[in-house]
Ligand binder design. Structure first.
Ligand code: TYD
Length: 677
């Protein structure tokens, strides 16, 4: 089931900033950012150290790196659920401080001992400690932040955990430069990048401990029961059962795994791949950072740039594109190009990831949403372990190879081959999930792209509102007005405040414009003048009636809106639909309906239902057929926001379908109350 998204899922900038204005949260956030920074730096350092300790042996290096990833992820998979429960028993603040001091000590010991056994042992221990630290941290956030800010607090937490990755990568690259300088003036044994990074990493945890120590506001004692970690096995089984029932959701989850697969392959193989390009630790840091920079760009900018496409389409396509970049990356033998490819790869992987997550939130019903998210998270963890561990092993077993084509020597090694293979898998998964979720069999993706460039698609959303905005569209005599009225009665009966209005003529000015526009006595109006008059009516309508009602939190039902202009003045007359759409978007400041019903009816039937004919109804049948087709096209572009109703059915049957669709809008009072329980 698809639900309309009444507001963009991310809160406005100012909102997410304001949660940092709470001093206690800001401190905790700082400590989270620092400790994540330390975590990432530690990951880079330990994998680099694993490569360094292999002493130039390709196979050994790959196996060693796989080992680091396995020991890092395994504790989470095995101990995750238990750690959460145990962590809940202790005083959170003290637990966090102890954990950080321990992590400081263990990270410090890795470069001092400087061998494989201790590298792995210490890494496992540090990871296990982190498992206790995280739930304690997570449980502290609701104590420091008021409820309504919790969502933006969570976003800031995410920003701290992943935003710190490129910073750590940059730091690592700089340290590589420092290490090179140190090596030239002193004993190389004391100047490896990995060692320097590990020392800094250790210090970052000491700092975190200090920050938390100062945070007196975290209440003493154990956390109230937190549901942070569910049992991973149980959530997997439950999730599989549910997911296999829905084509869209299973396609979605498969695709999200594909995105992680592509990004994971790059991360797991990055160190050896960089070595194959004859580059060192500095390049490793940069490449690693590019994955995350790309991911961040995709998550942040992607939905803005591609907001006009249907999410179902973006999802499969961006996954496919990201995999294609992985394939290209595997073929590149130039570091600068490789970095560029990595950023693109990350950006499209990030785009498909957010799109997937947003869709999951909309496609999955309230009652099972928690379970599905837990399922996806478990699945991602397990598949990451697999990819990060298996990819280097495959790379090692392939080894290094040289090819000579027309006297050109090409060197490809295991890392490149494995990336290539992962890219192919991602490509297949992407195409598969695109096909599985394909919503408009008749419209090619290419025509979508062209339409988007012309600014023609209807998906751009304006400001977020408390209220719900519903539009009825359709040809002549399609029964919009009747259904708008019936929907109002239904919504009022479930306790909503509803405003029913229409276009043209929803306001005092609108009534006069309506008279001009529809009266046959007006005679011919130039197409552009007609478009502008409808837009003027709409601008006034939005400004003085719709917008204020939505701000109050009411439900506004309008009989015709923007799509009528696109269909009548655009497709019907000789104007370009894109131009008409642009005028209306300007007029309405991009206020887009939460949901639009298209009452679909053959033009002949609709026209035969009319008693009198106004100026537009006098148009020939072909005009009305064009209008009908345009409405259907618009609906096809964005199935989440449009619902096409077969208007040849009985009034009662139509009304029933409309009620069912409207009942799924999350912003409805009844749905919000259900969600709170
Ligand atoms: P409508 O209110 O449905 O009139 P009636 O109830 O008499 O059918 O629509 C008025 C006419 O205005 C209709 O023929 C469609 C036309 N129209 C446009 O051409 N462009 C627009 O933007 C709108 C809102 C309506």
């Amino acid at each position: 089931m698809s639900q309309a998204l009444p507001y963009p899922s991310a809160p406005a900038q100012s909102e997410s900033r304001s949660v940092l204005a709470i001093p206690a949260f800001r401190k905790l956030w700082k400590s989270m950012a620092f400790s994540s920074f330390g975590d990432w730096l530690g990951l880079l350092a330990t994998t680099a150290l694993a490569q360094e300790l292999a002493g130039g042996n390709y196979k050994k290096a790959n196996f060693a790196i796989a080992g680091v990833f396995i020991v890092r992820l395994l504790p989470a998979v095995l101990l995750g659920p238990i750690a959460g429960v145990i962590a809940d028993r202790f005083d959170r603040r003290r637990l966090m401080i102890v954990c950080d001091i321990l992590r400081f000590g263990f990270y410090l010991s890795i470069p001092i001992v400087h061998n494989y056994i201790w590298l792995y042992t210490a890494t496992v221990i540090v990871e296990a400690i982190t498992l206790f630290w995280s739930p304690a941290k997570e449980a502290s956030v609701p104590n420091l932040v008021p409820k309504e800010k919790l969502e933006s607090a969570n976003q800031m937490t995410l920003l701290a955990s992943y935003g710190s990755a490129p910073v750590a990568a940059l730091m690592f690259a700089i340290l590589a430069g420092v290490a090179a300088t140190l090596t030239s003036i002193s004993n190389p044994r004391y100047a490896s990048t990995a060692d320097l990074a590990l020392y800094i990493d250790a210090i970052s945890f000491l700092y975190t401990a200090w920050v938390v120590f100062q945070l007196q506001t975290i209440p003493k004692g154990a956390a109230s029961k937190s549901a942070v970690n569910d049992n991973i096995g149980k959530s997997l089984i439950d999730g599989f059962k549910f997911v296999s029932q829905s084509k869209v959701i299973s396609g979605l989850i498969l695709g999200m795994l594909g995105a992680f697969f592509a990004a994971g392959a790059v991360i797991g193989l990055a160190r050896t791949f960089v070595g194959d390009l004859n580059a060192g630790d500095a390049a490793y840091g940069v490449l690693f950072g590019s994955v995350f920079t790309g991911l961040a760009l995709g998550i942040w900018l992607g939905p803005k740039i591609f907001g006009q496409f249907s999410r179902r389409r973006i999802f499969g396509i961006s996954l496919t594109i990201s995999s294609a970049f992985l394939i290209v990356l595997s073929l590149v033998s130039n570091l600068v190009l490789a970095i560029l490819m990595t950023i693109f790869l990350g950006a499209f992987a990030g785009l498909s990831w957010v799109t997937g997550f947003t869709m999951l939130g909309m496609e999955v019903e309230d009652e099972v949403r928690g379970r599905i998210f837990a399922f996806v998270q478990s699945l991602i963890r397990v598949s990451l372990v697999l990819v990060l561990a298996i990819a280097p092993v495959i790379a090692a077993s392939i080894g290094r190879h040289q090819f000579t084509i027309n006297n050109v020597h090409l060197r490809y090694s295991g890392a490149a081959f494995t990336m290539f293979g992962a890219g192919i898998i991602g490509l297949v998964v992407g195409i598969f999930s695109y096909k599985r979720m394909k919503d408009r069999p008749n419209i090619s993706f290419f025509s979508d792209i062209m339409a988007a460039f012309r600014g023609e698609l209807g998906g751009i959303t304006g400001q977020a509102h408390k209220g719900i905005f519903i539009a009825f569209e359709g040809g002549e005599g399609s029964g919009k007005s009747t259904q708008a009225q019936l929907l109002k009665e239904y919504l009022v009966s479930v306790g909503e405040t509803v405003v029913v209005t229409r276009e043209p003529g929803g306001t005092v000015l609108g009534k006069q414009l309506r008279k001009i526009l529809l009266d046959p006595k007006t005679g011919a109006i130039s197409p552009r003048a007609e478009a502008l008059l409808y837009a003027a009516d709409r601008a006034n309508h939005v400004f003085s009636l719709i917008e204020p009602a939505l701000t109050r939190g009411d439900i506004v039902i309008t009989d015709r809106y923007l799509d009528s202009s696109i269909a009548y003045q655009g497709a019907g007359r000789i104007l370009l639909p894109s131009e008409v759409a642009r005028i209306s978007r300007w007029a309405t400041e991009s206020l887009t309906p939460t949901l639009t019903f298209i009452m679909d009816l053959p033009a002949e039937i609709g026209l035969s239902r009319l008693d009198s004919v106004d100026r537009l109804e006098q148009e020939p049948l072909a005009f009305h057929e064009r209008v009908r087709r345009e409405f259907l096209n618009l609906a096809n572009v964005d199935p989440e926001r449009y619902f096409v109703v077969d208007a040849t059915q009985s009034v009662a049957a139509i009304s029933q379908q409309i009620q069912e669709r409207v009942s799924t809008i999350p912003l409805l009072k009844i749905n919000r109350e259900k969600a709170q329980k």
